[in-house]
Write a protein that binds this ligand. Sequence first.
Ligand code: MLT
Ligand code: MN
Ligand code: ZN
Length: 305
Amino acid sequence: MKIIVLGSSAGGGFPQWNCNCRNCSGVRLGTIKARARTQSSIAVSSNGKDWVLINASPDILTQLRATPALQPARSDRDTGIAAVMLMDAQIDHVTGLLMLREGRPIPLYCTAAVWDDLTLGLPLVHVLSHYCGVQWHVLAPNHTISPVELPGIEDISFTPLMLSSKAPPYSPHREMSQPGDNLGLIIENKKNGKKVFYAPGLGVIEPHVHTAMRAADCLLLDGTFWSADEMIRLGFSNKKAADMGHLPQSGKGGMIEVLDAITGPRKILIHINNTNPILDEDSEERATLTQHGIEVAFDGLEISL
Ligand code: MLT
Ligand code: MN
Ligand code: ZN
C-alpha cells in the first residue's frame, strides 16, 4: 500500500497569497529554510495505478502535475483517481472537485453531514451536475464505524471514524456539530494488516480516537497550529485553534503530549497552517518536534506500508 501526500498545508497553502507573516515572506524571499506547500490532500493505492483521492484540494491540478503516478495514461482520456473520499466539507478539502469536471462522473464517498453542506451551503454537487456529475456513496450511514471497500481498490480497507472538530464556517452546522461533519480514517493494507490513521482536522482526542492511534503503524495528524492562540497573537483572527476545531501541538493536553503517550507508530503532522513556526526547519519548535520523534509532512512525501 502506498500513500502520497499531495498537499500538506492547511487552507490558504504556504505561502498564503495575501500573507506576509514571518513564514510566508520568509519562504517567498528564501530567508528561512522552509518548503512551499499546497493544500491538504493525500492519495492511496495498492497497485500504483488506481488511487483513492482523500480530500480534493483547490490545488489539485498542480498536485496532479507534480505526481505522474496519478496519470497512468491507459487511454486518450484517463486518470488514476478511482474515487474521491472526503474527511469534511472545508473549502481546502472539497473545491478541487470542480477541477475534475472534465472527467467521468465522480465516485464520491462522504457522510450525510458533508453531503448536506455540498448540496446546501456550498452547492458543488448541483454545479457539477451540469458537468461530469457526482455519484454519492454514503460513508458511515447511521454513524456506524465499519470498514468500506472501494471497487477497483484491492487489498485496502477504509474505516471512517467520527471526530470532534468543526464544520466549515459556511456550514449551517458550524456552531452545532453533527456526527459526520469531521472524519478520521483508518487505512489498512489487508495483505499485511498495517494501518495508517489519517485525521487532518482533529480538535479533541476522544477515547475511540486514542484507540485508533495506538493501533496504527503510522499517524498522519492535524498539525494546523503550534499554539492555541497563534492566529490571535499574530493579529490575523480572533479565533483560537479550538474554535476552529484544531488541537495545537504545544501546551498542556496538546498534540505533543498526546503523542508522547503513544509508542510504536511513526508520527507525522499534516495540514500545517502557514503561521505555524514548525514550517521553519531551523526553528526551536521544529527541533522540539524532532526531539519528540514527530515528523512534519511535505508535498510529495510517500509512505509505503
Ligand atoms: C481549517 O481546516 O480550519 C481550514 O484550513 C480553514 C480554511 O480552509 O480556510
Ligand atoms: Mn483545512
Ligand atoms: Zn503567513
